[in-house]
Design a protein around this ligand. Structure first.
Ligand code: SF4
Length: 239
């Protein structure tokens, strides 16, 4: 049985209502390297900047920024291990689960709180990717408990929402020599900690789908699969 490696976020894909086992099988067998995939790097730059703000704020004021207050006393930020270390291998399935949370905080009682930043507009329930994030954060908790961050007492998403309204009178304060400033407002969404309940069964499902000898059937109505069929027919016509 070959070991499978999957990130906490990709594991979350299995929780989407429109999850397609065929797409998943193909992606996993291509080591997640599919053509025509472009992910803008700006979001991870903003997440990384947010992390710097939080840590610098704590270093200067010995407390976390005000937008995290809603979560109660979270204690202090601790060093988050590199993703090559923040991982576990599930013995039953031989699936290696990896990840790297944006923030781990240690409360006074010694427990840990895990945060992931998302650069996006905030809605409490309308984020279509919420099922992915719920699994992603629970997977971090699952790994964390086994990597020296036990116990984990909470998980949350922190949305940093771009403030795109421009008040005319504030224009001058937004300008600087080579550009302009744009603010981000923080909103927290605490998630339910249910890692022991969710993660093992999803790892089992990863192994079950991956081990199939050929890709399982996809959704008959999927527009992308139809386009792919057309592409193949067109390409074959030119050979
Ligand atoms: S049906 Fe759609 S989602 Fe599934 S494999 Fe085809 S393109 Fe991917």
């Amino acid at each position: 049985m070959a070991q499978i490696r999957i990130s906490a976020k990709d594991l979350g894909g299995l929780a989407l209502p429109n999850f397609c086992p065929r797409c998943f099988w193909i992606k996993m067998h291509c080591s997640n390297k599919l053509p025509f995939q472009i992910f803008p790097g700006i979001f991870s730059s903003i997440d990384s900047y947010t992390k710097k703000v939080t840590n610098t704020h704590f270093a200067r004021y010995s407390q976390l920024p005000s937008w995290l207050k809603e979560l109660g006393d979270l204690g202090k930020p601790v060093k988050v291990p590199h993703y090559s270390k923040f991982c576990i291998v599930d013995e039953k399935t031989d699936v290696k689960l990896t990840g790297m949370p944006d923030e781990i905080l240690q409360r006074e009682d010694g427990s840990h709180f895990i945060i992931d930043y998302k650069t996006s507009k905030f809605t409490k329930t309308q984020d279509s990717l919420l099922p992915v994030y719920e699994v992603q954060l629970n997977a971090y908790a699952y790994i964390g408990k086994r990597q020296g961050f036990d116990p984990v007492s909470g998980i949350a998403l922190v949305y940093m929402e771009p403030q795109t309204d421009l008040v005319q009178e504030e224009l001058d304060s937004k300008l600087w020599e080579n550009g302009f400033l744009m603010g981000f407002a923080g909103h927290v969404l605490q998630l339910k900690l249910e890692d022991e309940l969710k993660i093992p069964s999803l790892l089992k499902e990863v192994r079950r789908i991956y081990d199939q000898k050929s890709p399982p059937p996809g959704d008959q109505d999927c527009r992308d699969c139809k386009l792919l069929d057309q592409l193949i027919v067109t390409a074959m016509g030119h050979i």
